[in-house]
Write a protein that binds this ligand. Structure first.
Ligand code: SF4
Ligand code: SF4
Length: 299
């Protein structure tokens, strides 16, 4: 599994199939298995039973699943709510496909002086980072060490989104005034944009991750380090380069209706734009998977 994740991130070396993390997970499972057997041997009535085999199998299965952590920094929880709106596949995803090892919302696990942060394959980080919030800064630094791959989960994490407008002075924490995207502070491996990210894109990203579907994930890796986004991107990167076809997708996805199509071209009302970046990332001319489409159509 981890080898596949590394392949789609382009980080795998040919001989890197057995990663250190996989080895650590296997060792942990073996140790746990040994411990269980030892306990049973110590008991007078010990006999290998089907139950023992089943529990050992369970340990092995858990060790093989990708370990995912969910981190809530300065965000609104909209992205994790969006994740939970995958009603039809959510229980399959959470029960059989991934192992959630960290998160205060999805599982009751968090990090402090007494509870070290577990190692994980993927960290989904929602929200931007408040520079006046020491705990957030420490958590980010720690998760970057513990997670093999870090994903900016939603537009606040990816490019700051509306937290960019913060100037402090709010009632609860008046001194919290500067919020920056993750990639301003740590290396981000992929980004799932959107305010919030759509349930479908979240589910498809996790499934693509499990399947090692590089084609699907490539644009998310391409935009991972892009920490500036607004409706102006369409003008600069699409319209000015004569790429716009006037399809209207950007206006449809804009959550604040800041975009209108005027004479076949997008026009941005900057006073309404919350700088989520959805319009540019959804525009079919910003990234067009021609090879993948042809392959899927058998062309
Ligand atoms: S989505 Fe892209 S191609 Fe379509 S109207 Fe907007 S800028 Fe033009
Ligand atoms: S124009 Fe709309 S979709 Fe584009 S960045 Fe602004 S708010 Fe987001």
């Amino acid at each position: 599994m981890l080898a596949r994740i590394k392949r789609w991130l382009g980080l795998a070396k040919p001989d890197d199939d057995q990663s250190k993390l996989e080895e650590a997970a296997r060792k942990k499972a073996e140790e746990q298995k040994k411990l269980e057997e030892q306990k049973l041997q110590e008991s007078e009535s010990y006999k290998p039973t089907q139950k023992t085999e089943e529990s050992s199998q369970e340990v092995e299965n858990v060790a093989e699943k990708p370990r995912i952590g969910y981190f809530h920094l300065s965000g609104c929880t909209g992205d994790v709510m969006s994740l939970s709106e995958n009603y039809d596949i959510l229980s399959e995803l959470l029960t059989n496909m991934v192992d959630i090892v960290y998160g205060q919302t999805l599982v009751d696990v968090w990090w402090d002086d007494e509870n070290p942060m577990p190692e994980m394959d993927l960290a989904l980080v929602e929200g931007s980072v408040c520079l006046q919030d020491e705990h957030s800064l420490h958590e980010l630094k720690e998760l970057r060490k513990k997670a093999t791959y870090v994903a900016a989960f939603g537009s606040c994490a990816k490019n700051g989104c509306f937290t960019r407008f913060s100037r402090g002075g709010q009632q609860a924490q008046p001194k919290h005034e500067s919020f920056v995207p993750l990639s301003d502070l740590v290396k981000v491996d992929l980004a799932i944009p959107g305010c919030p990210a759509s349930p479908e894109i979240i589910a498809k990203t996790v499934v693509a991750l499990i399947n090692g579907d590089l084609d699907y994930l490539q644009p998310m890796m391409d935009v991972a380090a892009c920490n500036q986004n607004c409706g102006c991107d369409l003008q600069t990167n699409i319209v000015n380069k004569a790429l716009c076809t006037g399809c209207g997708t950007c206006a449809m996805v804009c959550p604040t209706r800041a975009l209108t199509i005027n004479e076949g071209r997008p026009e941005c009302n900057k006073a309404r734009c919350i700088k989520c970046g959805s319009c540019y990332t959804h525009c079919p001319r910003s990234w067009f998977p021609e090879a993948r489409i042809k392959q899927d159509l058998g062309l």
